[in-house]
Design a protein around this ligand. Sequence first.
Ligand SMILES: Cc1cc2nc3c(=O)[nH]c(=O)nc-3n(C[C@H](O)[C@H](O)[C@H](O)COP(=O)(O)OP(=O)(O)OC[C@H]3O[C@@H](n4cnc5c(N)ncnc54)[C@H](O)[C@@H]3O)c2cc1C
Length: 316
Amino acid sequence: MLDPKFSTFSSKAARAMDDAFNAPLAKHTTLKIGGNANRLCHPNTVDELVELVSDLNAKGEPWFILGGGSNLLVSSEGFKGTVVRTTNLTEIKNPEPGIIEAAAGVRLPHIAKKAANLGLSGMEFAVGIPGTIGGGVIMNAGAHGSCMANILLSAKVLDTTTGELKEIAAEDLDFTYRRCKLDPLKHVVVSAVFKMEQGSAADIEKKTKENEDYRWRTQPIGFPNAGSTFKNPEPTKTAGFLLDKSGAKELKEGGAAVSSLHANFVVNLGGATSHDVTTLLKRMQDCVEKEFEIHLQPEWKKLGKFTDSELEVWKS
Ligand SMILES: Cc1cc2nc3c(=O)[nH]c(=O)nc-3n(C[C@H](O)[C@H](O)[C@H](O)COP(=O)(O)OP(=O)(O)OC[C@H]3O[C@@H](n4cnc5c(N)ncnc54)[C@H](O)[C@@H]3O)c2cc1C
C-alpha cells in the first residue's frame, strides 16, 4: 500500500519511494559519517530512477544522487531532501564482442572482474575503486595509469534542466583529471557503454589481481575512509607526497585522523563528525600551504549543511 503522501507522484516514481524516512546516511557512505536524509529511495529500474528524479525536480524538492558513497562527505546534520541511491540498478549487458553496457549502480570492482572473466582488457584499473558506474563517470575515476575516459564510449544521461534523456558520446563529456562536464546536481547518469579490447584472459586476470593486491598493501583498508582526500596538484607532485613531507600524517581531529599508511587518506577512527573532518582537512591544507605554497583542492564531493568556515575547505 503506497503512502498517501506520494499520491501525486507518478506510479513509477512512487514505486521507487518504498524506502526510508529520516534515513541515516552514515550507513551508505564509506567514511561512515552523515546525519539523516528526509527520505532515501532505491529505484529498481532505470525508468523508476528517471521518473523519480524528474518528479522531484518538477516539484522543486531537493534531491541528491548517491552511488557507493565512496567519494563523499555528508554533513552530520544530514540532508533536508530526498537521496536517490542507485545501487539497485545492477544490470550489465554484453551486446556485442568488446562492448559492455552497465547501469548506474553497478559496482566498479564487480564490472572489472566481469570484464576480466570475458577476456576484455581496459577495466583492470577499476578493481579497487569502491564506487559505482555513475559516480565513476562523474569523477572520471582512475588508477594505475588509466581512467574511465579511456574506455567509455558513451553515457546515457538525464538532464534535469530540460527533462531530456540522451546518449552523450564520451568525447563530448570533456573529461579531465577527476572530473567531466556533467554536474551531478543537474545530470543523472543512468547507464554507460564501454569499449574494451579482447585480450589474454590470463594476462587480464593477473593485472587485475596485481592492482587489487597493491591496494591492500598501500591503503588503510581497516578504517572507514573515502579514498584520496585531495586531488594531485600535479602528476609529479602528488597530494600524498606533499602531505607526507609537510608532516600531516601526525594530524588528528576528534574521531578523524590522517592515515599513518597514506597521508592523503583520512580515516574515521570511530565517531568522527563532519566537523571533525572539515577541521582536519583545513589543517592538512594549511600544512601543505605553509611548506610548499600549494593549495590542495578536495577530490571529495559534499552533501548537506556545512558552515561557511567549513565550506572554505572547498574554495579554490
Ligand atoms: C578505499 C577507496 C579507494 C579509492 N580509490 C580510488 C581510486 O583509485 N581512484 C579514484 O578515482 N577514486 C577512488 N576512490 C574514490 C571513489 O571510489 C570514486 O570517486 C568513485 O568513482 C565514486 O563513486 P561513487 O558511486 O561511490 O560516488 P558517490 O560517492 O556516491 O558520489 C560521488 C559524486 O558522484 C555523484 N553521482 C554518483 N552517482 C551518480 C549518477 N548515477 N549520476 C550522477 N551523479 C552521480 C554524486 O552525486 C556525487 O556528487 C576511492 C575510494 C575509497 C573509499
